[in-house]
Design a binder for this molecule. Structure first.
Ligand code: ADP
Ligand code: MG
Length: 424
């Protein structure tokens, strides 16, 4: 928390707020209550609800929530967990640790076994779970090799046992993409094999749901390595862009938990225009939207005589948020793009100020064959980093607004700073 909140208290009051509602930009930073109060349902939630319904009526389901960093997977995980608990179900949550498959296996068993052992079960069932837990917990200490097939089966057998004892269970595996961010190819395969074995054993298990939250790239990788996995998934739920109505609702719900008195309207001091523009710049990603609104509100507070948030505050806000945005956007880009593609894209932003630029100009500047550069550019356009516009016979490429703001002007500022230093 920054001191801003203290020293501008009166100003916040004028906006009918008791602080900055956009400070928390991830599920992990929020309380369960805050998450549930601010959650906005989108089309994806219909599919989630359908699957919960199936399980609560005695069936089984496996679903994957697939979306980029900040699209709201973890807040959904919390909402799913809450619904299950309300209906008397048991919820187990595993945040995947980065690193080797042994750590993955240990994390999975540790998120299930201790709680399972506290349940009312027959002695032999408890012994069974106890032994499994001890075995995996001590893998590294005893220097044992992980049998990923067996681990997948063992994990599933714990859930089968709970299902036989009439427990409804929900197992959430969040941050699945961590598996690929740290492991080498062999390790990743091992971890995927464990996951596949597990999924095929819990497939159709009564009163059980497995929810896997993953980035699109990691999810695609599992499907490439183990195509059969997909036949075990009842619903692959992909998070689409946050539309403007959802963005407005998100803002209004966020503001609501920071109100002390009644505002002139639910989105005051914002306007629909500012929110829509921010959502566009945020590339319709909820986390980026929150990051931008946070500094936009700060900018409005600092501006003398401000009565509400204006478009000029948004401009200032975006500039202030650039550092935070670039870290998280780069993280996502490194997941999605090859080194070469990332290089080319950043070059467009930095050297050409985001474009518009012709393939031929880039080919010359980067010393790459024009045919090759065109292929890279077409791919970058296809996956949403660049806009394409035809000019006569040729095509102009231009970075999308968000990337321009974050990466293009950054260079300019760096240059300004350098010049200042030289003058000193
Ligand atoms: N549908 C939504 N309704 C309300 N807030 C959302 C929604 N989707 C995302 N958010 C907000 O965006 C931020 C990022 O969400 P999070 O679940 O942590 O993303 P992920 O797990 O996909 O990286 C959180 O602060 C969350 O409150
Ligand atoms: Mg998350």
């Amino acid at each position: 928390m920054s001191y801003d909140i203290l020293i501008k208290k009166d100003k916040y009051k004028q906006f009918h707020l008791k602080g900055n509602p956009f400070v928390k930009t991830s599920a992990e930073a929020m309380t369960e209550e805050e998450i549930l109060e601010t959650l906005v349902f989108t089309a994806e939630d219909e599919s989630i609800a359908t699957n919960i319904d199936i399980v609560l009526s005695g069936g089984g389901a496996t679903i994957s929530l697939v979306g980029d960093y900040g699209t709201g997977k973890s807040v959904r995980a919390v909402a799913i967990a809450e619904t299950f608990k309300k209906h008397g179900g048991l919820v187990f949550l595993c945040k995947v640790p980065s690193g080797d498959p042994v750590r993955y296996a240990i994390a999975l068993f540790e998120s299930v076994c201790p709680e399972a052992l506290s349940l009312k079960l027959a002695v032999e069932d408890k012994d069974f779970i106890f032994e499994i837990r001890e075995y995996y917990k001590n893998l590294t200490i005893k220097n044992l090799e992980l049998d990923s097939h067996k681990a997948g089966r063992d994990l599933a057998s714990v859930f089968s046992l709970l299902s036989k004892n009439d427990y409804s269970t929900c197992f959430i595996i969040d941050e699945f993409e961590e598996l690929i961010s740290a492991g080498n190819e062999r390790e990743i395969r091992e971890a995927f094999t464990l996951t596949r074995e597990y999924l095929s054993r819990v497939h159709g298990l009564k009163k059980h749901i497995t929810v896997i939250c993953s980035s699109p790239k990691s999810w695609q990788m599992v499907k490439d390595v183990h195509p059969a996995v997909i036949s075990r998934i009842m619903a692959e739920i992909e998070f689409e862009d946050l539309d403007n109505n959802a963005a407005v609702e998100l803002v209004s719900k966020r503001l609501k938990i920071y109100r002390e008195d009644n505002p002139p309207n639910p989105i005051f001091p914002f306007t629909r225009e500012v929110i829509e523009k921010a959502n566009e710049v945020a590339y319709h990603n909820p986390r980026y939207l929150l990051v931008i609104l946070r500094s936009t509100l700060e900018a409005a507070l600092k501006r003398d005589g401000s009565q509400r948030v204006e478009l000029q505050d948004l401009d200032t806000g975006i500039r202030l948020a650039r550092g935070k945005l670039s870290t998280s956007i780069l993280k996502r880009m490194k997941e999605e793009l090859t080194t070469r593609e990332l290089d080319i894209f950043l070059k467009i932003c930095e050297k050409f100020n985001g474009g518009p630029v012709f393939a031929s100009q880039l080919a010359e500047s980067l010393d790459i064959d024009q045919g090759n550069i065109s292929r890279y550019l077409n791919k970058l356009a296809k996956i949403g980093y660049l806009n394409q516009n035809r000019e006569g016979q040729k095509v102009l490429f231009e970075a999308k607004e968000l990337y321009k703001v974050v990466f293009a002007r950054k260079k300019a500022i760096k240059l300004e700073a350098k010049t200042d230093k030289n003058e000193e």
